[in-house]
Design a protein around this ligand. Sequence first.
Ligand code: ATP
Ligand code: MG
Length: 608
Amino acid sequence: MSKINDQSMDSSMEKDPGSSGRVKYTSAFSALLPYVKPHRRTFLLLFVCIFLAVSAELLQPYLFKIVIDDYLEIGNTNLSILLLICIVYFVLSVTNLIFSYLQNNLLQKAGQSIVGRIRKDLFLHISKQSMSYFDRVPSGSLITHVSSDTEAINQFLTQVLLSLLRDGLTLIFIILLMFQLDVTLTLYCLILLPIIFLIAIAFRSYMRKTYQIARISLSRLISFVAENLAGMNLIQAFHQEKEQQSQFTDRNKNYLRANLREIRTNVLFNRSFDILGNLAIAFVVWLGGYLVLNQNMSFGVLFVFITYIRMFFQPINTITQQWNMLQSATVSIQRIWSIFSINPEVEDVKKPIDINLDEVEGHIDFNHIQFAYQDGTPVIHDLDLHILPGEMIGIVGTTGAGKSSLISLLCRFYDVKRGSVEIDGVDIRNIRQSTLHRLIGLVQQEPYLYSGSIVDNVRMFDESISRDQVIRACEFVGASQLIEQLKDGYDTRLSERGSGLSAGERQLISFARIIVFQPRILILDEATANLDSHTEQLIQAALHIVSEGRTSLIIAHRLSTIMQADRILVMKDGAIVEEGSHTKLLELHGYYEQLYLHSQGHTMNEAG
Ligand SMILES: Nc1ncnc2c1ncn2[C@@H]1O[C@H](COP(=O)(O)OP(=O)(O)OP(=O)(O)O)[C@@H](O)[C@H]1O
Ligand SMILES: [Mg+2]
């Protein structure tokens, strides 16, 4: 894939993808070149088609000149020539039609495939980013980049580029033909060109502004919708619908206003052009008429001249209309390339140490690590922890103590700020990330299921894992009974995020994932303390099976989950405050005992 590290691109776009810096056409379009290059033959062919279509179109009026000046005399009886000219006229029309059709098809094909490729690379690039990136960039704006920004590039390729080529060529041809017809009149007409440019430049900066405002409002609207859809249950639970609705209405109104303003500017611009065109025609009629009456010009020439002048303004208008799209495409390209230019914070080293997955024992060392999501607010302070192969470690602690952060570091979603994390004595920064992630099986606090069948969710869409393996894994962790009760059993299609299942059920399915992928190290970030006792038993049994022979780190909100652990760590404010087996910890009469007594009380309350 082509990654372009263009430092000159506005780095502020990284922070707020909705805003855009100065439009830099050259850097934007040279970025696009590597994608266009493979299609150069198509573009060459396209140019030939455009050339033929434009030539055919512009030669048609010229035929009228020949007819008017040479054959429309009273007494002329040579009708066969007239018929021939009619046939030529018809052939030119058909030629124009055929090559215009071809040109559009060629361009659409090339454009779609270029944009498809960019979209693919973009998605790949985004999916390689580190977690810190997703903490920073709202998913709504990423959705905009992958969908509408790539679409803007498509429009550039299929509409702007076509207009630039076709209308540009038309203009050049018309000027050449006009010079060939009458030099003086052409020169007079060309006086208009600077006026056209002045108008265009005056409107240009204004149009850019209105355009960008509209884009930013749209991006805000989309981010808002994306965020709301993701948190709809909360919004409803807190009766925030009205509040959210009014916020949405505000954003919607802003977008509407910005759009209307953009359209008004456009219309004003186009109409100014029409007036200019009509003035030019009036001028040609007046001056040309004068020349014809003085017999300094033939009537045929005047007729064709007027036709060409009319044709002259249309391409200029179209080209200037494309300005919006050109700008949107430029902004989009810059935004997309500013994403491409961001390298993941967590990256593989140049020469990673090769690790044989089968030979990993599962030693884990956290050597005096320090970590902060944002500089200045440390989340983990100088934590030193050494875990033996096959050991089962339970982690408990207050909320926000840094338990999930600790395992994020082991998975290398983030890099430690100080110290090191080692597996079997190898610093995980020297292990390829793909290897590391095969090594570790993670069941997250909120197990994520994708829209797709249960089978696909268990094998994570990896077709090399058979359906039988999946079913065996589910039976193994005790999820089969639950799955068979579902409508289509293993083929039940889960909706987005597996919302049809309870948190416990989702966790059971994630256990099956672990069994299928056979990682050496198991990490479980327990979803919730509130499971019904049946699911709790299922999970307990599954955990016992899954952790067998693996080094396991289990974060628990229910102490019952980890009472059997070889060692329990109690975390508070980013540090381990107590450590030992269940009985040993109770003997300490410390924080763990408090937790334990509290949970006992909780259970008794429930029982009572
Ligand atoms: N992505 C993030 N960006 C910034 N700060 C974060 C991020 N994730 C967690 N934190 C902060 O780091 C601290 C530790 O969070 P962490 O998720 O590790 O807690 P935890 O022990 O897993 O809590 P819980 O039991 O509630 O899951 C918290 O103060 C939290 O606000
Ligand atoms: Mg957590």
